[in-house]
Design a protein around this ligand. Structure first.
Ligand SMILES: NC(=O)c1ccc[n+]([C@@H]2O[C@H](COP(=O)([O-])OP(=O)(O)OC[C@H]3O[C@@H](n4cnc5c(N)ncnc54)[C@H](O)[C@@H]3O)[C@@H](O)[C@H]2O)c1
Length: 249
Protein backbone atom coordinates (compact mmCIF):
# COMPACT_ATOMS: atom_id res chain seq x y z
CA UNK A 1 0.00 0.00 0.00
CA UNK A 2 1.34 3.42 -0.91
CA UNK A 3 0.84 5.61 2.16
CA UNK A 4 0.87 8.76 0.03
CA UNK A 5 3.09 10.88 2.24
CA UNK A 6 6.12 11.28 -0.04
CA UNK A 7 7.32 14.88 0.26
CA UNK A 8 4.99 15.68 3.14
CA UNK A 9 6.61 17.61 6.00
CA UNK A 10 6.39 15.97 9.43
CA UNK A 11 7.20 17.38 12.87
CA UNK A 12 7.57 14.74 15.58
CA UNK A 13 8.07 15.89 19.17
CA UNK A 14 10.17 13.91 21.61
CA UNK A 15 11.74 12.20 18.61
CA UNK A 16 15.33 11.93 19.86
CA UNK A 17 14.65 8.41 21.15
CA UNK A 18 12.09 5.68 21.78
CA UNK A 19 8.70 5.71 20.05
CA UNK A 20 9.22 9.19 18.58
CA UNK A 21 12.54 8.28 16.94
CA UNK A 22 11.10 5.07 15.46
CA UNK A 23 8.10 7.03 14.15
CA UNK A 24 10.29 9.73 12.62
CA UNK A 25 12.39 7.05 10.92
CA UNK A 26 9.32 5.29 9.53
CA UNK A 27 7.87 8.56 8.21
CA UNK A 28 11.22 9.39 6.61
CA UNK A 29 11.44 5.91 5.04
CA UNK A 30 8.02 6.66 3.47
CA UNK A 31 9.57 9.73 1.82
CA UNK A 32 8.44 12.48 4.20
CA UNK A 33 10.80 15.28 5.25
CA UNK A 34 11.03 14.91 9.00
CA UNK A 35 11.82 17.42 11.73
CA UNK A 36 13.03 15.74 14.91
CA UNK A 37 11.90 18.03 17.73
CA UNK A 38 13.27 17.38 21.18
CA UNK A 39 14.42 19.22 24.28
CA UNK A 40 17.63 17.17 24.05
CA UNK A 41 19.25 18.84 21.04
CA UNK A 42 22.38 16.65 20.90
CA UNK A 43 20.34 13.45 20.78
CA UNK A 44 17.96 15.00 18.23
CA UNK A 45 20.87 16.01 15.99
CA UNK A 46 22.39 12.52 16.25
CA UNK A 47 19.08 10.96 15.25
CA UNK A 48 18.63 13.35 12.30
CA UNK A 49 22.18 12.62 11.14
CA UNK A 50 21.55 8.88 11.37
CA UNK A 51 18.49 9.28 9.12
CA UNK A 52 20.34 11.51 6.64
CA UNK A 53 23.10 8.87 6.45
CA UNK A 54 20.49 6.40 5.18
CA UNK A 55 19.40 8.83 2.45
CA UNK A 56 16.34 10.21 4.27
CA UNK A 57 15.35 13.87 4.58
CA UNK A 58 15.68 14.86 8.25
CA UNK A 59 16.54 17.85 10.40
CA UNK A 60 16.80 18.36 14.14
CA UNK A 61 15.26 21.23 16.06
CA UNK A 62 15.44 21.94 19.76
CA UNK A 63 12.06 22.51 21.38
CA UNK A 64 10.58 22.60 24.84
CA UNK A 65 6.97 21.79 24.02
CA UNK A 66 5.81 23.23 27.35
CA UNK A 67 6.86 26.73 26.26
CA UNK A 68 4.81 28.66 23.69
CA UNK A 69 7.83 30.78 22.75
CA UNK A 70 10.01 27.71 22.20
CA UNK A 71 7.32 25.96 20.12
CA UNK A 72 6.81 29.02 17.92
CA UNK A 73 10.55 29.45 17.44
CA UNK A 74 11.04 25.77 16.57
CA UNK A 75 8.18 25.72 14.08
CA UNK A 76 9.39 28.92 12.43
CA UNK A 77 12.75 27.17 11.90
CA UNK A 78 11.08 24.02 10.53
CA UNK A 79 8.90 25.97 8.07
CA UNK A 80 11.91 27.99 6.90
CA UNK A 81 14.13 24.93 6.40
CA UNK A 82 11.79 22.20 5.11
CA UNK A 83 8.34 23.76 4.63
CA UNK A 84 4.88 24.06 6.16
CA UNK A 85 4.08 21.16 8.50
CA UNK A 86 1.59 18.63 7.08
CA UNK A 87 1.95 15.98 9.80
CA UNK A 88 2.26 16.66 13.54
CA UNK A 89 2.97 13.85 16.00
CA UNK A 90 2.60 15.02 19.61
CA UNK A 91 4.78 12.38 21.28
CA UNK A 92 6.93 14.18 23.90
CA UNK A 93 6.11 12.96 27.37
CA UNK A 94 7.37 11.35 30.54
CA UNK A 95 6.16 10.03 33.87
CA UNK A 96 6.77 11.33 37.39
CA UNK A 97 4.94 8.72 39.45
CA UNK A 98 3.80 9.23 43.04
CA UNK A 99 0.63 8.55 45.00
CA UNK A 100 -1.49 11.71 45.20
CA UNK A 101 -0.63 12.30 48.88
CA UNK A 102 3.05 12.64 48.00
CA UNK A 103 2.63 14.26 44.61
CA UNK A 104 3.90 17.84 44.61
CA UNK A 105 2.37 20.63 42.55
CA UNK A 106 5.62 20.60 40.55
CA UNK A 107 5.16 16.87 39.74
CA UNK A 108 1.70 17.61 38.43
CA UNK A 109 2.73 20.67 36.42
CA UNK A 110 5.82 19.05 34.87
CA UNK A 111 3.88 16.14 33.37
CA UNK A 112 0.68 18.00 32.44
CA UNK A 113 2.63 20.89 30.89
CA UNK A 114 4.62 18.65 28.56
CA UNK A 115 2.00 16.03 27.69
CA UNK A 116 -1.16 18.13 27.48
CA UNK A 117 -0.19 21.79 27.16
CA UNK A 118 2.66 20.81 24.84
CA UNK A 119 0.28 19.06 22.46
CA UNK A 120 -2.07 22.07 22.54
CA UNK A 121 0.74 24.52 21.80
CA UNK A 122 2.13 22.48 18.88
CA UNK A 123 -1.38 21.94 17.48
CA UNK A 124 -2.17 25.66 17.67
CA UNK A 125 1.09 26.51 15.95
CA UNK A 126 0.70 24.13 12.97
CA UNK A 127 -3.04 24.51 12.32
CA UNK A 128 -2.96 27.74 10.26
CA UNK A 129 -0.54 26.17 7.74
CA UNK A 130 -2.63 22.98 7.50
CA UNK A 131 -5.85 24.98 7.03
CA UNK A 132 -4.17 26.99 4.25
CA UNK A 133 -3.10 23.74 2.50
CA UNK A 134 -6.47 22.06 3.16
CA UNK A 135 -4.60 18.94 4.35
CA UNK A 136 -3.29 17.87 7.72
CA UNK A 137 -2.70 14.94 10.01
CA UNK A 138 -2.30 15.25 13.78
CA UNK A 139 -1.57 12.17 15.90
CA UNK A 140 -1.51 12.55 19.68
CA UNK A 141 0.32 9.89 21.68
CA UNK A 142 -1.87 9.08 24.64
CA UNK A 143 -1.48 5.91 26.72
CA UNK A 144 -3.62 3.08 27.97
CA UNK A 145 -2.96 4.86 31.31
CA UNK A 146 -5.76 7.30 30.37
CA UNK A 147 -8.05 4.79 32.07
CA UNK A 148 -6.29 5.53 35.40
CA UNK A 149 -3.32 3.97 37.17
CA UNK A 150 -2.31 4.08 40.84
CA UNK A 151 0.65 6.44 41.25
CA UNK A 152 0.01 8.16 37.93
CA UNK A 153 -2.68 10.80 38.62
CA UNK A 154 -0.65 13.43 36.75
CA UNK A 155 0.24 11.23 33.76
CA UNK A 156 -3.15 9.53 33.54
CA UNK A 157 -5.00 12.87 33.69
CA UNK A 158 -2.77 14.37 31.01
CA UNK A 159 -3.19 11.33 28.74
CA UNK A 160 -6.98 11.38 29.26
CA UNK A 161 -6.96 15.13 28.57
CA UNK A 162 -5.21 14.43 25.28
CA UNK A 163 -8.28 12.48 24.16
CA UNK A 164 -10.44 15.58 24.76
CA UNK A 165 -7.96 17.69 22.83
CA UNK A 166 -7.96 15.10 20.03
CA UNK A 167 -11.73 15.07 19.69
CA UNK A 168 -12.15 18.86 19.97
CA UNK A 169 -9.44 19.54 17.40
CA UNK A 170 -10.96 16.91 15.09
CA UNK A 171 -14.43 18.47 15.35
CA UNK A 172 -13.13 21.97 14.67
CA UNK A 173 -10.96 21.09 11.68
CA UNK A 174 -12.54 18.26 9.70
CA UNK A 175 -13.87 20.75 7.17
CA UNK A 176 -10.26 21.59 6.27
CA UNK A 177 -9.40 17.96 5.50
CA UNK A 178 -7.40 17.76 8.72
CA UNK A 179 -7.70 14.54 10.73
CA UNK A 180 -6.81 14.31 14.41
CA UNK A 181 -6.45 10.98 16.16
CA UNK A 182 -4.81 9.46 19.22
CA UNK A 183 -2.76 6.33 19.70
CA UNK A 184 -2.93 4.68 23.13
CA UNK A 185 0.00 2.29 23.62
CA UNK A 186 0.11 -0.34 26.34
CA UNK A 187 3.51 -1.24 27.80
CA UNK A 188 6.18 -0.88 25.14
CA UNK A 189 9.64 -2.38 25.42
CA UNK A 190 11.50 0.96 25.43
CA UNK A 191 14.75 1.85 27.20
CA UNK A 192 12.75 3.58 29.96
CA UNK A 193 10.65 0.46 30.58
CA UNK A 194 13.75 -1.80 30.50
CA UNK A 195 15.29 0.37 33.21
CA UNK A 196 12.38 -0.22 35.60
CA UNK A 197 13.53 -2.20 38.66
CA UNK A 198 10.61 -4.59 38.13
CA UNK A 199 11.10 -4.93 34.33
CA UNK A 200 11.28 -8.75 34.41
CA UNK A 201 8.00 -8.88 36.32
CA UNK A 202 6.32 -6.48 33.88
CA UNK A 203 7.52 -8.58 30.95
CA UNK A 204 6.45 -11.88 32.53
CA UNK A 205 3.06 -10.41 33.35
CA UNK A 206 2.55 -9.30 29.74
CA UNK A 207 3.54 -12.75 28.49
CA UNK A 208 1.16 -14.44 30.91
CA UNK A 209 -1.89 -12.20 30.64
CA UNK A 210 -2.17 -10.36 27.32
CA UNK A 211 -4.22 -11.75 24.43
CA UNK A 212 -1.06 -11.07 22.36
CA UNK A 213 1.38 -12.45 24.94
CA UNK A 214 4.36 -10.05 24.79
CA UNK A 215 5.39 -6.46 25.45
CA UNK A 216 4.80 -4.01 22.60
CA UNK A 217 7.63 -3.08 20.24
CA UNK A 218 8.58 0.41 19.06
CA UNK A 219 7.54 -0.50 15.52
CA UNK A 220 4.10 -1.68 16.68
CA UNK A 221 3.35 1.85 17.86
CA UNK A 222 5.21 3.66 15.07
CA UNK A 223 3.30 1.71 12.38
CA UNK A 224 -0.05 2.74 13.90
CA UNK A 225 1.04 6.38 14.08
CA UNK A 226 2.33 6.39 10.49
CA UNK A 227 -0.91 4.83 9.23
CA UNK A 228 -2.99 7.53 10.95
CA UNK A 229 -0.62 10.15 9.48
CA UNK A 230 -1.06 8.77 5.98
CA UNK A 231 -3.24 9.76 3.04
CA UNK A 232 -4.94 6.37 3.41
CA UNK A 233 -6.36 7.22 6.85
CA UNK A 234 -8.21 10.26 5.48
CA UNK A 235 -11.68 9.18 6.66
CA UNK A 236 -10.70 8.49 10.28
CA UNK A 237 -10.82 11.35 12.78
CA UNK A 238 -11.39 11.95 16.48
CA UNK A 239 -10.59 8.31 17.17
CA UNK A 240 -8.32 6.39 19.54
CA UNK A 241 -6.27 3.45 18.29
CA UNK A 242 -5.15 1.15 21.12
CA UNK A 243 -1.81 -0.56 20.55
CA UNK A 244 -1.82 -2.65 23.69
CA UNK A 245 -1.76 -6.32 22.71
CA UNK A 246 -5.49 -6.54 23.35
CA UNK A 247 -5.31 -5.23 26.92
CA UNK A 248 -8.30 -3.26 28.17
CA UNK A 249 -8.76 -1.93 31.70
N1 LIG B 1 7.06 3.40 26.62
C1 LIG B 1 5.82 3.04 26.89
O1 LIG B 1 5.54 1.94 27.36
C2 LIG B 1 4.69 4.01 26.60
C3 LIG B 1 3.39 3.57 26.81
C4 LIG B 1 2.33 4.44 26.55
C5 LIG B 1 2.58 5.73 26.11
N2 LIG B 1 3.88 6.15 25.94
C6 LIG B 1 4.08 7.52 25.49
O2 LIG B 1 4.82 7.53 24.28
C7 LIG B 1 5.62 8.72 24.22
C8 LIG B 1 7.06 8.35 23.97
O3 LIG B 1 7.49 7.51 25.01
P1 LIG B 1 8.92 6.79 25.01
O4 LIG B 1 8.79 5.61 25.88
O5 LIG B 1 9.42 6.63 23.63
O6 LIG B 1 9.76 7.89 25.82
P2 LIG B 1 11.27 8.42 25.68
O7 LIG B 1 11.65 8.89 27.03
O8 LIG B 1 12.14 7.41 25.00
O9 LIG B 1 11.12 9.66 24.69
C9 LIG B 1 10.50 10.85 25.09
C10 LIG B 1 11.26 12.01 24.47
O10 LIG B 1 10.60 13.23 24.85
C11 LIG B 1 11.60 14.21 25.05
N3 LIG B 1 11.08 15.31 25.87
C12 LIG B 1 10.86 15.31 27.21
N4 LIG B 1 10.42 16.51 27.60
C13 LIG B 1 10.33 17.29 26.48
C14 LIG B 1 9.95 18.64 26.25
N5 LIG B 1 9.57 19.44 27.26
N6 LIG B 1 9.97 19.10 24.98
C15 LIG B 1 10.39 18.30 23.96
N7 LIG B 1 10.79 17.02 24.13
C16 LIG B 1 10.76 16.53 25.38
C17 LIG B 1 12.74 13.46 25.71
O11 LIG B 1 13.98 14.16 25.61
C18 LIG B 1 12.71 12.12 24.96
O12 LIG B 1 13.60 12.14 23.84
C19 LIG B 1 5.38 9.46 25.53
O13 LIG B 1 4.37 10.45 25.35
C20 LIG B 1 4.87 8.37 26.45
O14 LIG B 1 4.07 8.88 27.49
C21 LIG B 1 4.93 5.31 26.17
Amino acid sequence: MNLGIQDRVAFVTGAAGGIGARTAAMLAEEGASVAIGDINSDAAEAEAERLRDTGCKAMAVQVDVASAASVDQALTTVVREIGVVDILVNNAGFTRDKRIGRMEESDWDAVVDVVLKGAFLCTKSVLPGMIEKNWGRIVNISSRAYLGNPGQANYSSAKAGLLGLTRSTALENGRYNITVNAVAPGIIDTAAVRNLPHYEKVKANAEASLPLPRLGRLEDVAAAIVFLASEQAGYITGDVLHVSGGRYG
